[in-house]
Design a protein around this ligand. Structure first.
Ligand code: ADP
Length: 563
């Protein structure tokens, strides 16, 4: 039976992955930027570790040097004493040119040498290399070999060791199992009567000193590392005492900035942080009371505007009736009185519009506006508004075109308010469009429906466009006005759009016209960025695709959708 073999791809361990390391490095970078505590602890640790490393290395070297020097002095003294004693023995001996006696004499100092000194590793080598029957070659004990002595040391001893000079050098001694042990060899000359000088070496085992040294060094490093960890921990806990209140203060001020004016810091003790906390709370108290005062003042103002508007309505209705009557009968008056009646009629009408707008604004301020939602086709609504304002557009010489690739299917909205927005936008476009064509675009996507009003007239600077939704604001009060605006139209339009959880945005350039885009969400969720119609017309390639250079008549518009 054939057997199937499956090859499982071997994934490299996650920690070997370059991406994994990059992600960790980014995490550390973020922590470094965001956490003061992490940064200070890391810097403290790095500096402490550096200081402790330098101190430990310095101490280890100093101890090592000191230990070596003291052992060296000890070895030199020890060797001097032993060699002096051996030399005295040799000087007192009498040898009768007998090789055996000479050999015996040399052998006889070997034992006392080891006894007088603290080492049994000795080596004696005859300096004069001329063969002699009488002179023995030397002796060795304790495993010290000629080959172990460096030629430099031997040269010093041989050439300059005449006047009892000593030389010392580090040496590797054979240890148990062949492991080399640290040692020190002391060399000097010894004179055998009738024969001449010998190099004499005594080797000292420094293993105990090395053990002491490594013990001291290990202890130093352990204490050093423990100190670094301890200092890091102390820095961490000390900083926590400082950063925790700072973090709390940051969080509380963020809450305060977000409008929660009642939040306060919990203050403990009387130190600097407690003083900071108390000052912060005092500041929050002051801000809260000032904002409350301003809110009350604003409420009083709103009520005043609302009350005055209501109060003005009754006398205005009477004035309006009177002005209507006078205007209707102006043919019966002399020309000057007729003109006055006409002017009064126009201004009373304007006054009425202003009063209506003021009442609407005060309703927004009081939060008493209720939407009356019903499924409405934005494209159909736009058609209605265009038809109703066609005459005005013609008076201004503007050709209003509608481009509606979408936006026919009904969406829940308050048609009265949306119609008011579109009327206002189209009215403004006609007013400031300088008789050039005006394009109204309606389109939709899955989330929203949108309507854009584009004119090619006066336009506004960027700074003006930013203020266009402010109450009573006009780009240039000296501009010729024919529809008689109050400067409240766009702020009411923005209020209506916001009530629908929608957006009203503007693009405008002096001499290139303006583009206002109203976007309404299909569902209850607020509208997201990315309207079906871009606010900046430079982003919109689709208008050219639609062949907008040709005027589009209303009867050309596609059918379908509900009104
Ligand atoms: P108004 O009643 O004065 O039209 P709005 O709030 O509707 O008040 O508009 C405020 C101001 O914004 C207008 O006075 C005008 O200066 C400017 N503005 C509005 N729409 C346009 C536009 N399409 N082109 C140029 N300026 C405009």
């Amino acid at each position: 039976m054939p057997t199937a073999s499956v090859t499982v791809p071997v994934r490299p361990f996650a920690w070997r992955d370059g991406a994994w390391w990059r992600a960790r490095a980014e995490d550390l970078g973020t922590l470094w930027r965001r956490s003061l505590r992490f940064r200070i602890v890391a810097i403290t640790l790095a500096l402490t570790a550096l200081t402790i490393i330098i101190a430990c290395v310095w101490m280890a070297l100093a101890i090592q040097n000191d230990l070596f020097e003291s052992r060296k002095t000890q070895a030199l003294t020890d060797a001097r004493r032993a060699v002096d004693s051996a030399q005295a023995t040799l000087n007192n001996a009498v040898v009768q040119d007998d090789p055996v006696q000479v050999q015996n004499l040399l052998t006889s100092i070997q034992g006392p040498l080891s006894q007088q000194s603290t080492t049994d590793m000795t080596l004696a080598v005859r300096i004069d290399t001329t063969p002699s029957q009488l002179a023995p070659p030397g002796f060795r004990s304790g495993g010290l070999e000629e080959s172990m002595i460096s030629p430099e040391l031997r040269k010093h001893v041989r050439d300059q060791g005449g006047d009892e000079k000593q030389w010392a050098q580090s040496i590797a001694l054979p240890g148990p199992g062949g492991t080399p042990l640290p040692g020190l060899v002391v060399g000097q000359q010894i004179i055998v009567p009738d024969i001449g000088p010998y190099e004499l070496y005594l080797a000292y085992d420094l293993d105990d000193a090395a053990t002491t040294l490594s013990f001291v060094q290990v202890t130093l490093w352990i204490v050093g590392s423990a100190l670094v960890v301890l200092i890091g921990a102390i820095a961490w806990f000390t900083l926590r005492a400082v950063t925790t209140p700072i973090r709390e203060a940051a969080e509380t001020s963020a809450q305060l900035a977000a409008g929660d004016l009642g939040v306060r810091l919990t203050v403990h003790g009387e130190d600097e942080l407690a003083t900071l906390g108390r000052s912060f709370n005092a500041m929050a108290d002051s801000i809260q009371s000032q904002i409350n005062q301003l809110a009350e003042l604003s409420l009083v103002q709103q009520r005043f505007v609302s009350d005055v508007s209501h109060e003005l309505r009754t006398p205005l209705t009477t004035i309006r009736l009177a002005s209507d009557m006078l205007n209707d009968r102006r043919d019966e008056f002399d020309p000057a009185t007729a003109r006055a009646a006409e002017l009064m009629h126009a201004q009373v009408q304007r006054f009425e519009v202003l009063l209506g707008d003021l009442l609407e604004i005060s309703r927004y301020d009081a939060g008493s506006v209720q939407l009356e939602l019903e499924p409405t086709s934005l494209a159909r609504l736009a058609e209605d508004v265009i038809v109703s304002m066609q005459q005005l557009a013609e008076q201004h010489g503007s050709d209003v075109r509608l481009v509606a690739p979408g936006g026919y299917s009904p969406v829940d909205m308050d048609p009265r308010r949306i119609r008011r927005i579109v009327r206002n936008l189209l009215g403004n476009a006609i007013e400031h469009g300088e008789g050039k064509p005006i394009v109204i675009t309606v389109d939709s996507n899955q989330q929203a429906v949108a309507l854009g009003v584009r004119d090619y007239g006066l336009g506004m600077t960027e700074a003006d466009a930013e203020r266009v939704f402010d109450r009573f604001w006009r780009a240039d009060p000296s501009r010729r006005r024919t529809i008689g605006g109050t400067g409240l139209g766009l702020s009411i339009a923005l209020g209506d759009a916001t009530l629908h959880r929608g957006a009203l945005t503007v693009w405008s350039r002096p001499g290139h016209g303006s583009n206002f885009v109203l976007t309404l969400p299909r569902g209850p969720a607020p509208v997201e960025p990315g309207s079906p119609i871009p606010t900046d017309p430079d982003d919109d390639a689709s208008l050219d695709d639609l062949g907008l250079t040709q005027p589009i008549a209303l009867h050309d518009l596609p059918d379908g959708g509900a009104r």
